[in-house]
Design a protein around this ligand. Structure first.
Ligand code: PHE
Length: 441
C-alpha cells in the first residue's frame, strides 16, 4: 500500500510545526529562561537552535523521507539491525514525555476553567502563586484534568482525525500568534516592563554555567521535538517533491520565534507585578492572569489564551502518542485501538506519579529532583541529546550517500552548504552534544 502523504508541502510544515510548537515554547521556555537569568540563556539557546537544531531537523526529516518508515524501521533500514535500538529508545522517550506533558496539558484546561469562573483575574502575585501552588499540590483535582487531556489525545489519535485537527490548527495557531503579540503589547506598556525586557535580552555572561548550557540544549531538543524520532515520523509522510531543508528551516524558525515571543510576553509581567523569576513550572500560569487583569476584556483574552495553549499542547501530545502507538502497530502488528487505550492508561498512571510529586509526594526525590523533574530531565537532557548524536552519526556516516541525494535542490544542483552539513553531522554535532552532556555528569 502506498504510504499516506501530506496533501501539500504546507500541510507537512504545518503538521511538523504543530508538533514542535506547544508547551515547550510557551510553558517551558519562559520559566527555564527565567530560572537561568534571561539574556545569556537566550543567546546560548539561539546558538544551539541555529546550529544543532537546524542540522538535526534536516537530518531527522531526511531519514524519515528516505526510509518512509517510523523511527524504529527507519533506523533499521538506513543503519542496520542494531540501529533499531535508537528507535526503541525514542519510543520510550515519547512515553516518558507524554506522561508528564499530559499533566501540564491538564493545567491548561484547569486554567481555562478558572478564567471562565473569573477566580484568577487579579494582579496580586500572592494570590496567583498560591492558587497555582495549591492547585498542583492537590492530590486529586489535577489528576482529573490530566485524565481528560490524555483522553482527548487518545481520542484524536483513535478517531484518526489528526489531519482534520491540523487543518483547523493552522488557523488557531495563527490566532495564538496574534494573541501573543497583543499580550506582548499590553505587557510592554505597563509600568516597569522595561526591566523585564532588559533581563530577557541583555546577556550577562558571568552567569554562564555548564548547567545552563545543558538546560538550553535540552530545551532546544524538547521544544523542537528533536532526538526522539518524532520528526522522522513526519518526514516519512513528506512527498517526494518536498525540499526538506526549507521545511526544516521553516519549522525551526517558527518555533524559535514563538519561544522568543513567549519570553517577551512573560518576562515583563514578572517584573511589573513582582513575581519570582525562579518560580519554576508555574511561571506562565501565574504571571499571565495578572496581565489579563490589566486589560479591558481581560477575561475574554484569558479564555482565548488558555484555549489556544490547550490546542497547541494537543497537536504536540498527539504527535508524541503517534510515535508510541505506531511503534507497536508497525513492529508487532498490534491493533490500533487496543494499543492506544493501553498506552494511554500506562502513561496516565506514570503521569499520576509526576503530578503527585509536585504535592503530596514532594518528599520523594532522587538527585534532588522529584519524579516530574526526573522525567523531564531524563527525556530532554539525556535521551533526546543521545538521539541527536545518533541521528547525526547515521546521517553523516552510514547513510550519507542516500541523504546527500535527497538533499539535492529541486533543480538537481548541490546546495552550497551540503559539505558543511556533512561535516557538522559527522564530527561537530556528536562532539558538541557529547561535550555538553559530559560537562554535567
Ligand atoms: N515540542 C513539543 C512542545 O514543545 C513537545 C514534544 C517533544 C513533542 C518531543 C513531540 C516530541 O510542546
Amino acid at each position: 500500500m502506498a504510504r499516506a502523504e501530506w496533501g501539500s508541502r504546507l500541510g507537512f510544515i504545518v503538521a511538523a510545526a504543530g508538533s514542535a510548537v506547544g508547551l515547550g515554547a510557551i510553558w517551558k521556555f519562559p520559566y527555564v529562561a527565567a530560572q537561568n537569568g534571561g539574556g545569556a540563556f537566550l543567546l546560548i539557546f539561539l546558538m544551539i537552535v541555529c546550529t544543532l537544531g537546524v542540522s538535526l531537523m534536516i537530518a531527522e526529516m531526511s531519514v524519515g523521507a528516505i526510509a518512509r518508515k517510523s523511527p524504529v524501521g527507519a533506523y533499521r533500514k538506513l543503519g542496520g539491525k542494531g540501529w533499531s535500538l535508537v528507535g526503541y529508545i525514542g519510543v520510550l522517550c515519547g512515553f516518558l514525555i507524554l506522561s508528564f506533558y499530559s499533566v501540564v496539558g491538564g493545567w491548561t484546561i484547569a486554567y481555562l476553567i478558572k478564567t471562565v469562573e473569573g477566580s484568577i483575574l487579579t494582579a496580586d502575585p500572592g494570590i496567583l502563586s498560591k492558587t497555582f501552588d495549591s492547585f498542583i499540590a492537590d492530590p486529586v483535582t489535577p489528576l482529573w484534568y490530566h485524565a481528560l487531556f490524555m483522553g482527548v489525545t487518545a481520542g484524536v489519535v483513535l478517531a484518526g482525525v489528526q489531519k482534520g485537527i491540523e487543518r483547523v490548527s493552522k488557523y488557531l495557531m495563527m490566532m495564538l500568534f496574534l494573541l501573543i503579540l497583543v499580550l506582548i503589547a499590553r505587557g510592554l506598556t505597563l509600568e516597569g516592563a522595561l526591566e523585564g525586557v532588559r533581563t530577557f535580552l541583555s546577556p550577562d555572561f558571568s552567569k554562564v554555567t555548564a548547567t545552563m548550557v545543558i538546560e538550553a540544549m535540552g530545551l532546544a531538543f524538547f521544544s523542537m521535538s528533536l532526538g526522539m524520532g518524532c520528526m522522522i515520523t513526519y518526514g516519512s509522510y513528506a512527498s517526494g517533491e518536498t525540499y526538506i531543508p526549507n521545511s526544516a528551516a521553516s519549522v525551526i524558525g517558527l518555533t524559535t520565534l514563538i519561544c522568543f515571543l513567549a519570553g517577551l510576553m512573560v518576562f515583563p509581567a514578572i517584573f511589573v507585578f513582582g513575581f519570582d523569576p525562579s518560580a519554576g513550572p508555574g511561571l506562565t500560569f501565574i504571571t499571565m492572569p495578572a496581565v489579563f487583569s490589566h486589560m479591558s476584556g481581560g477575561q475574554f483574552f484569558g479564555i482565548l489564551f488558555f484555549f489556544l495553549l490547550f490546542v497547541a499542547a494537543l497537536t504536540s501530545s498527539v504527535s508524541l502518542m503517534e510515535v508510541v502507538v505506531s511503534f507497536f502497530i508497525d513492529e508487532f502488528r498490534f491493533p490500533r485501538m487496543a494499543t492506544t487505550v493501553v498506552m494511554s492508561v500506562l502513561m496516565f498512571v506514570l503521569g499520576i506519579g509526576a503530578s503527585l510529586s509536585l504535592g503530596v509526594w514532594k518528599g520523594y526525590t532522587l538527585f534532588g529532583k522529584n519524579l516530574f523533574g526526573i522525567l523531564d530531565y531524563l527525556s530532554s537532557n539525556l535521551i533526546m541529546p543521545f538521539g541527536g548524536i545518533m541521528v547525526a552519526i547515521l546521517v553523516g556516516w552510514k547513510a550519507w550517500a542516500v541523504v546527500s541525494i535527497r538533499l539535492m535542490r529541486p533543480d538537481g544542483t548541490q546546495p552550497l552548504w551540503l559539505p558543511l552539513f556533512k561535516n557538522f553531522c559527522r564530527y561537530m554535532a556528536p562532539v558538541l552534544i557529547f561535550v555538553i552532556l559530559i560537562q554535567n555528569l
